[in-house]
Write a protein that binds this ligand. Structure first.
Ligand code: GDP
Length: 445
């Protein structure tokens, strides 16, 4: 997972402090040294590492730690604060034009994930009620236009592309025509996909700069693969000089990358990270929040993103109905089934589990989590009669046996499911009453 080893090393380093009451200067120095090594091994740019560790050291030696009730926890807080700072502090949203259409241009190396991102962004914006148009200005890579058409149709948005068979078109003209088309047809957002090369080269930069000049975008998003390690420095600088950009999108944050690019990019360019891409599917995408990312790195959990992802999966009406059902004590197996189905719709279940606090400690359990389990659970509930789904109390031995047979599972499986359901129902009741369910590992901070 993202920041896997960095995260492990930071949490282990900080955990070591926990056994100490007061922290000596030597303790602080030792901790800072380990943090420094962990960051360097994660390919974080040297300048960023230096300023980060200097800030942590200064604060950790100061009064806020020596006077803290729990010095070790105060150091965790400091590291968390400073991580948030290097990730950009506050989150920043897309800047929309006062007079539509808002023009968003994507730039970056080939393979960075621009075309995929165009689809993700379009889908995200459409879900917010916008009408985006995708413009295929990547005429360099064979298939780039077709690929954009594919993601466009997956995202349910239109794609403006050059007519096929006209030889190699002019990407600047396509971009300009695309924006004109958007104005004419009243799209309120235009996303211009541009060409990249495998490495930085002058001609590509010139083309991107020309497209920028031609369409005067409101946002130029530099798309960078989080896995490229130390190359991130040179690539980001080249794009900043060549085209310049207003914001950054990190892609492939799901990979087993060391994640250095993610932690360096803000410090190197001074530009905010707007979005993160975490997989190949269109839904593997989220607005970037420095504070949430920091707590994920320190394994403090990312409950907010988790909740948002869950909300994305639940359709509003259904959620409303569910909430009402629970409030009136009527949470049934039928509701449970619907929840299950919506969870599966949410897509990457493992990824969501990974956002729970303390998830790193449950890595094995999460890795062994089998999505087939959800399918089996669905099968069991589907083998119940409507009456049984409404009133789980009537599920006696012979009914359970019949259900097990129908679903092709053992009676133990059925029993376990019903036990889990009873537990969930209890938790639902707590939530409905305004309480917080007990989450593993979420001690007071
Ligand atoms: P482009 O050349 O910049 O347009 O890059 P593409 O959009 O074609 O992406 C290159 C490859 O990376 C494709 O195989 C994508 O499916 C994949 N990809 C894009 N974003 C992500 C991501 O966030 N995670 C992972 N794992 N793969 C991604």
């Amino acid at each position: 997972a993202t920041f896997g080893s960095l995260s492990t090393r930071l949490t282990e380093t900080l955990a070591k402090l926990r056994t100490k009451g007061k922290l000596s200067a030597a303790d602080v120095d030792g901790t800072v040294r380990e943090i420094r090594r962990a960051l360097l091994d994660a390919d974080v740019a040297l300048d960023v590492v230096k300023s980060f560790t200097a800030a942590v050291r200064e604060r950790a030696l100061g009064a806020e730690v020596s006077e803290a009730l729990n010095p070790a926890q105060q150091v965790v807080k400091i590291v968390n604060d400073e991580l948030i700072a290097i990730l950009g502090g506050d989150s920043r949203r897309l800047e929309l034009a006062k007079t539509p259409p808002t023009v968003i241009m994507l730039a970056g190396l080939q393979g960075a994930g621009k075309t995929t991102l165009a689809g993700k962004l379009a889908k995200h914006l459409r879900a917010q009620g916008h009408q985006p148009l995708l413009v295929a200005s990547d005429l360099q890579r064979p298939n780039a236009v077709t690929q954009l058409q594919v993601v466009g149709s997956q995202a349910g948005v239109q794609v403006f592309a050059p007519e096929p068979g006209n030889g190699i078109g002019d990407p600047v003209k396509v971009a300009r025509d695309g924006v004109a088309e958007a104005k004419r047809r009243q799209y309120d957002i235009v996303i211009v996909d541009t060409a990249g090369r495998l490495g930085v080269d002058a001609e590509m930069m010139k083309q991107a700069a020309n497209i920028r000049k031609a369409v005067q975008p409101d946002e130029v998003l530099f798309v960078i693969d989080a896995m490229i390690g130390q190359d991130a420095v040179a690539t980001a600088k080249a794009f900043q000089e060549g085209v310049d950009f207003t914001g950054v999108v990190l892609t492939k944050l799901d990979g087993d990358a060391r994640g250095g690019a993610a932690l360096s990019i803000r410090g190197l360019t001074g530009k905010p990270i707007l979005f993160a891409s975490t997989g190949e599917a269109l839904d593997d995408f989220e607005p970037f929040h420095p504070d949430r990312m920091a707590s994920r790195i320190l394994d403090l959990g990312d409950i907010l993103t988790l909740i948002e992802q869950a909300q994305k999966a639940f359709d509003e009406e259904e959620a409303h109905r569910l909430a009402e059902a629970i409030a009136t004590d009527g949470f049934t197996l039928e509701d449970f089934l619907k929840q299950m189905q919506q969870l599966r719709k949410a897509g990457n279940f493992k990824q969501m589990l990974g956002m729970l606090p303390g998830a790193k400690g449950m890595r094995e359990a999460i890795d062994s989590f089998d999505e087939k389990e959800l399918v089996r659970t669905e099968a069991i509930i589907q083998s119940m009669t409507p009456q049984e789904r409404k009133q789980s109390k009537i599920l006696n031995g012979s009914r359970r046996l019949r259900i097990a047979k129908g679903a092709g599972v053992t009676v133990t499986d059925v029993n376990q499911l019903i036990a889990r359901f009873d537990q969930a129902a209890k938790m639902m009741k707590t939530v409905a009453k305004g309480g917080m369910p007990n989450m593993p590992g979420m001690g007071p901070m």
